[in-house]
Design a protein around this ligand. Structure first.
Ligand SMILES: NC(=O)c1ccc[n+]([C@@H]2O[C@H](COP(=O)([O-])OP(=O)(O)OC[C@H]3O[C@@H](n4cnc5c(N)ncnc54)[C@H](OP(=O)(O)O)[C@@H]3O)[C@@H](O)[C@H]2O)c1
Length: 251
C-alpha cells in the first residue's frame, strides 16, 4: 500500500532573498513546504520567490519589510497568520554584521545591529509562539522548530566582531530559553553558529578568507533540513560549525 503523503508544512523565513535564508527557503521548497518569505528589497525578494516556486513550493507569500523597524517583526508573523493557522518552522536568517573595535564603536551602530539581529528574532519568536504551538499540537510527531542563524562569533571571541558576537550570543540564549519553556509542548529551537559562510555578507573578508575556503550555504541547508526531520523529543540547543583549516574557534 502506498503511504499517505504528509500534508505540507509551513515556514516563515526571514532574510529569504539572498544567502543562507534563500538557500534554506529553496531547500524547504524542494520538500513541498508552504513559505512566507521576508526581506527588504522587493525585486530580490520577488526573484527569490520565483526560484522557490520553481523549486516546488506551491504556496509562497512575500513580506517586504525592514525587520529592524519596531512594528515589522509582528507584522511579518501576522502576514503568515493571515494565510495559515499554524507555523511548523520559523527560520531567523535576516541579520547584519558591522565590524569595529570597541573603542570606536558607536552606540548608534550597536543599537542598529541589536534591532535586527536580536530584537527582531525575539519579537518574531514571541509573536509566532501561538502558531508554533498549534503546529506542534496538530502534528505531535513532528513538533515545531525555530532555527536561528547565530554565528561562531557569538561563541568564541573575534577581535572587531564583539558587538556582532554579542547580538548572536543573545540568540543562543534565546534558543536555550525557548527550549526550557516550550520543548515539553513540542516547540524546540536550535541556534546555528557557523564561521564564515560564502555569501554576500562575508565578501568583505575575501582578501584574507577566500570564498572557496568558506562554509557552503548547501551544508547549512543540509543541517536545517535534518533538524526539521527530527522528532520534537530531540532538543539541540546549538550547532557550532567551524571552517576546515582553522581551529574551529574563529569566524
Ligand atoms: N555569511 C556568513 O559568513 C555568516 C556567518 C555566520 C552567521 N551568519 C548569519 O547568517 C544570517 C544570514 O547571513 P547571510 O550570509 O545569508 O547574509 P546576506 O547574504 O547578507 O543576506 C541577508 C538577508 O537578510 C535580509 N536582510 C538584511 N537586512 C534586513 C532587514 N533590515 N530587514 C529584513 N531583511 C533584511 C537581506 O535582504 P535585503 O537586504 O533585501 O533586506 C537578505 O535576504 C545572518 O543572520 C548572519 O548574521 C552569516
Amino acid at each position: 500500500m502506498t503511504p499517505t503523503p504528509e500534508p505540507a508544512r509551513s515556514a516563515l523565513v526571514t532574510g529569504a532573498s539572498r544567502g543562507i535564508g534563500r538557500g534554506i527557503a529553496l531547500g524547504l521548497a524542494k520538500r513541498g513546504w508552504h513559505l512566507t518569505l521576508v526581506a527588504r528589497d522587493p525585486a530580490r525578494l520577488a526573484a527569490a520567490a520565483a526560484e522557490v516556486r520553481a523549486a516546488g513550493a506551491s504556496h509562497v507569500d512575500c513580506v517586504e519589510a525592514d525587520l529592524a523597524a519596531p512594528d515589522a517583526p509582528a507584522a511579518a508573523v501576522a502576514a503568515h497568520a493571515a494565510r495559515y493557522d499554524s507555523m511548523d518552522a520559523l527560520v531567523l536568517a535576516a541579520g547584519v554584521g558591522s565590524a569595529g573595535p570597541l573603542d570606536s564603536f558607536s552606540a548608534a551602530r550597536y543599537d542598529k545591529q541589536f534591532a535586527l539581529n536580536t530584537r527582531a528574532p525575539f519579537v518574531l519568536v514571541s509573536q509566532a509562539l501561538p502558531l508554533l504551538r498549534a503546529a506542534a499540537r496538530q502534528r505531535p510527531s513532528r513538533g515545531a522548530r525555530v532555527i536561528a542563524l547565530a554565528s561562531i562569533a557569538g561563541v568564541y571571541a573575534e577581535p572587531s566582531l564583539t558587538v556582532y558576537g554579542a547580538t548572536k550570543a543573545a540568540l543562543l540564549a534565546l534558543c536555550r530559553g525557548l527550549n526550557a519553556e516550550e520543548s515539553a509542548a513540542g516547540v524546540t529551537a536550535t541556534a546555528i553558529a557557523p564561521g564564515y559562510v560564502d555569501t554576500d555578507m562575508s565578501a568583505w573578508v575575501h582578501d584574507t578568507v577566500p570564498p572557496e575556503t568558506m562554509i557552503p550555504v548547501d551544508d547549512l541547508v543540509t543541517a536545517v533540513t535534518a533538524l526539521l526531520d527530527m522528532s520534537p523529543r530531540t532538543v539541540i540547543n546549538e550547532i557550532v560549525i567551524g571552517r576546515a583549516g582553522t581551529r574551529g574557534q574563529q569566524a
